[in-house]
Design a binder for this molecule. Sequence first.
Ligand code: GLC
Length: 559
Amino acid sequence: MSVITNDANWWKTASIYQIYPKSFCDSGSKGTGDIQGIISKLDYLQRLGIDAIWLTPVYQSPMIDNGYDISDYYAINPDFGSMDDFDQLLAEAHQRGIRIIMDIVVNHTSTQHHWFQSALGDKNSPYRDYYIWKDPVDGGIPNNWQSKFGGSAWELDEKTGQYFLHLFAKEQADLNWENPQVRAEVKEVISFWAEKGVDGFRLDVINLISKQQDFPNDDQGDGRRFYTDGPRVHEYLQEISEAVFQQYGSVTVGEMSSTTLEHCQQYSSLDNKELSMVFNFHHLKVDYPNGEKWTKAPFDFIQLKQIFNHWQTGLNGKGWGALFWCNHDQPRVVSRLGDDKHFRVESAKMLGASVHMMQGTPYIYQGEEIGMTNPGYTSIEQYRDVESTNMYDIMVNEQGVPHDEMMAILAQKSRDNSRTPMQWNHEEFAGFSKGQPWLQIANNYTEINAEQAVADTNSVFYFYQQLIKLRKEVEVITTGDYTDLYPSHTAIFGYQRQSQHQTLICLNNYYGDESECMLPSDLDLSTATYLLGNYPLQGEVSQRQVLKPYETRIILFQS
Ligand code: GLC
């Protein structure tokens, strides 16, 4: 019997856990995770207290981009299991009150998809117009648009002499959303999964689906301004939403690459015409100097606060955002913004609190709840990610960047940093698999693992459990408005949330030295209590707050 409630707004007080199946848990000795592995960990997830799982793609795929290259939307990749395994996962998750959100990748398909296979080399194929083809310009590529994974975004179809567009790997061909048949197929795919009882969808790079139709050369950049939040994107989302999401009551989260607040207010507007909520990545570009990812750089703390302020105040009352630090495309946050050597537990908790006390829906990426770190790879052979290996080729072999410099950049920026297998226990292969894992496990698994975390009441795991619980119990976390209290403080990120009856303050020291701040003088300290912190907290709340290295304090005031 399902214990899922039918509250349409459940996701506003929910916390969602992201699973990257290939690296989560292997039920056998293949070295890659699978659906039965996920089922075996549902009790662990229930204990953490999460409300839903976002499952990254498990569809049939040649796995060039680990499942983001789908070759059959209606089948499960046998490496992950069968459709029966999937149905069992859905049923067993629902029994535990956990919903399932599927990843839908419809900006592009794998070039192995039968639509593309039919379209390739045949201008008369009924599927030719499912993709984007252009004649050569001056005997070469149609324009200078760049693939997000490096190199041109165009690939030649030798037989017909035309190029097809791929904003990602050349094995991921962009779909032509101008074609109503493509949109009809997308609706059918999503309905199929909704009909099975799936509770929602995460829509991959969904703000890239509408391209400016004259495909101009970009004399200022890589072409993104001609397809990001493109001309018909809102119309397309409304069409899909009306036909599917609204019919099934699906929760939806759109992954919005390089988007703007104004567009996100519309994507996630409260009338629910497009999507429930949006992911944006601006706060994760604070260590990209001048927008350049492939550099080794410290993060800009003041800018980080400015970005949160912009999005928190801008979405309040207008739309809804996803709150997150980590996913399968981002390095581990404790290595990125915290101190994974001297204050790993403290900084992992502080970073968790900093986003969990904001307005929105928090997402926790597997392993974040135990403070997993980047693995610190030192050899290019250790990397598997198509983006990392492409960039190594381009930067070292074509542009002459020294090998050592590139290795330092990859150790900071590679997507493989977060894709290392989940560390379950201190045994061989970290309890992830009985065989050699597909990607090397971080050496620290003997100390950092889920078994250890569950046994230690002071662990990051129990801190996240508290954060998840607070969101359900303390109304101001969901409803309150947001004020940055110390925008120019060089160490403390402190913000206030305010609703009619409650005030909450979240103070976070982002550095390894003690630091202090003053609470706003208009607050009545006699009503204040410490709700949660990562160091022991006692006694009355005083106006002067002195924070230890990476300390977080959550303070609640009642009116
Ligand atoms: C999204 C996914 C990423 C993938 C890309 C192309 O950004 O999160 O992993 O490579 O889309 O599908």
